[in-house]
Design a protein around this ligand. Sequence first.
Ligand code: GSH
Length: 242
Amino acid sequence: MRYEFYYWPSIQGRGEFVRLALEEAGADYADVARGSDKDGQGVPALMELLNGKTVTTPPFAPPFLRAGKFLIGQSANILLYLGGRHKLAPASESGRLWVHQLQLTVVDFIKEVHNTHHPIASSLYYEEQKEEAQRYTEKFRELRAPKYLGYFEQVLERNPAGDKFLVGRSLSYADLSMFQLVAGLRYAFPNGMRKWEKKTPRLVALHDRVAARPRIAAYLQSPRRIPFNESGVFRRYSELDG
Ligand SMILES: N[C@@H](CCC(=O)N[C@@H](CS)C(=O)NCC(=O)O)C(=O)O
């Protein structure tokens, strides 16, 4: 089956967690809004599914995925679906729930990362909420980022099957998301990350292993990987990095 993946065309954003899973799975997919299918209809095709009056299961926001007759929204929900189909999650129900739980925690963390530059409203420019961003991000750097990263480090440490993967002894989509978190935080908060990484060696090692996986390495070198920029979730504003 050829998947149709829908996300804003110029950013990694929340879509990147799904792109990484599609790439690791070697799945056949079109990144529709980037014009790789649908006869180059791109963003209009995305908007049609988002706002079309006849869509009976409309997504609230991108990313979303069309898989045959399914239209699936919410990044963690899309990954729950792909994980089961492409062996990117354990076969057992308990294992799948655990991976899903970790991914939902990634979603929470991403929301807080987003709040560092948009603490008041997504509809305002960063420049219109710089003071609040500064205050929010001080606490993010002091408390939240170390807490989330420390949590994932602890999950690796406590995995009864060893600390190579978050869950069990094989790769899951949550491991791919760990790669993206480390890469994104290194981009957005290079100073902060240098400090936080010292306490999360397993997480950093997992990032490196994921980056070296043949399909992921090929993807990262390809034009399909959009570079980090100041429109996505991870933005480099040096004044927020302490
Ligand atoms: N929890 C959702 C969040 C989706 C979301 O916030 N998407 C952003 C782009 S990254 C968006 O377009 N939001 C529009 C809005 O919130 O109105 C997920 O993880 O997929």
